[in-house]
Design a binder for this molecule. Structure first.
Ligand code: KG4
Ligand code: ZN
Length: 347
């Protein structure tokens, strides 16, 4: 089954063709980063307009790269939640028109379910990697989400813990910006951290009382902001590499603490597999720390290739296949489909 997938929930216009939830035939990503960098963050109105401009050629390119005509596609998939509402609406309306015009099923996909499903994908011509199947625990770390999710089946999800305030990616971007790294600062902070001292600055404990699997990054963020402001008031410079290394170490440490707790929780069945997903899955320090932790606990660790960590439509095409094949009673011809800024992964 070949699915044409569309993703436009934030600042990347994406289309892809994916076969049977796994095999990538094409993957097109039109990034708006340069536009938003001028403002230090994503400007929603500009994002919607940029999606409108790009979506037709991005989709055409995805079909051309795959060497497939629209008439030979079996279904159209689209991210319809969560994300920036104006941005989502561009993709949803475009996908609805395509599905209507080409008389194809229309499969709505939750963005975070998609991020997790990026771990199923493999490139056409590449050896199929370790065949990942649920059940597993997914650690989702992105610009807008940080959560531990019990993935019981391809379409049955339960949140074990989630952030109470900021997401890890959001806090990386904020502190990166304050130490002079351009938007989006997460990846640049990852690089800068390699040359700094992770113990140069100390950060507070992030545990959430009575909710051991919930995350909280606002305290870390405020603490870093205070350190930077105090230095500025004294006319001192904060060393970018040292702050990057220390802040990264605090964020990664907070995440690892929850995962390690989960691995040793005697009231829960220890997962056999841990799956990392989301834009921050590209972080080299987080990947290395999780790899080491999983090795120690004899748990299999999965992480997407770097090109599939950030937003892309391959992940939407992968998850769409399972949404379609495992929900036999659902109406996939519903052209009244809407977009939603928020939306639970477990429903
Ligand atoms: O998943 P994603 O593309 O968008 C959302 O669904 O939110 O994640 C984007 C986030 C941004 O905050 C970006 O700074 C962060 O992922 N990110 C990184 C790295 N690469 C991207 N954060 C830390 N280290 C990286 N290497
Ligand atoms: Zn995302």
């Amino acid at each position: 089954m070949k699915i044409l997938a569309i993703e436009s929930s934030c600042d990347e216009t994406c289309a892809a063709v994916v076969e049977d939830g796994r095999k990538i035939h094409s993957n097109v990503v039109a990034s708006q980063i340069e536009t938003h960098a001028l403002y230090g963050g994503v400007v929603p109105e500009i994002a919607s307009r940029a999606h409108s401009e790009a979506i037709s050629w991005v989709t055409k390119k995805a079909l051309d790269d795959a060497g497939i005509a629209l008439s030979d596609i079996d279904a159209i998939a689209v991210t319809n939640e969560p994300g920036l509402i104006g941005a989502l609406l561009v993709g949803v309306n475009f996908a609805k028109s395509l599905a209507y015009g080409a008389d194809k099923p229309l499969i709505p996909v939750h963005h975070i379910r998609g991020h997790i499903a990026a771990n199923y994908a493999y490139f056409n011509g590449e050896e199929e990697k370790d065949f990942l199947e649920p059940p597993f625990v997914a650690l989702v770390v992105s610009g807008g989400h940080t959560s531990l999710v019990d993935v019981r089946s391809y379409t049955d999800f339960e949140v074990i813990g989630a952030t109470r305030d900021d997401a890890a990616g959001e806090s990386f971007d904020k502190i990166a910006r304050m130490i002079g790294l351009p938007y989006p600062g997460g990846a640049k902070m990852d690089g800068a951290a390699k040359n700094g001292n992770p113990k140069a600055f100390a950060f507070p404990d992030t545990r959430v009382k009575n909710c051991p699997y919930d995350f909280s990054f606002s305290g870390l963020k405020t603490s870093a902001v205070n350190i930077i402001h105090n230095a500025q008031q004294k006319g001192e410079n904060i060393d970018c590499a040292d702050m990057s290394a220390s802040f990264t170490s605090a964020v990664v440490g907070a995440i690892i603490q929850r995962v390690e707790l989960l691995f040793s929780d005697t009231e829960r069945k220890t997962p056999e597999k841990l799956v990392l997903a989301g834009g921050v899955a590209a972080n080299s320090h987080l990947r290395a720390a999780l790899e080491k932790l999983c090795k120690k606990h004899n748990i299999k660790f999965f992480v997407p290739p770097l090109s599939l960590c950030g937003d892309n439509a391959v992940m939407i095409g992968c998850q769409a296949y399972y949404e379609y094949t495992q929900n036999k009673d659902k109406d996939f011809r519903d052209l009244s489909l809407n977009a939603y800024a928020t939306g639970e992964i477990s429903k």
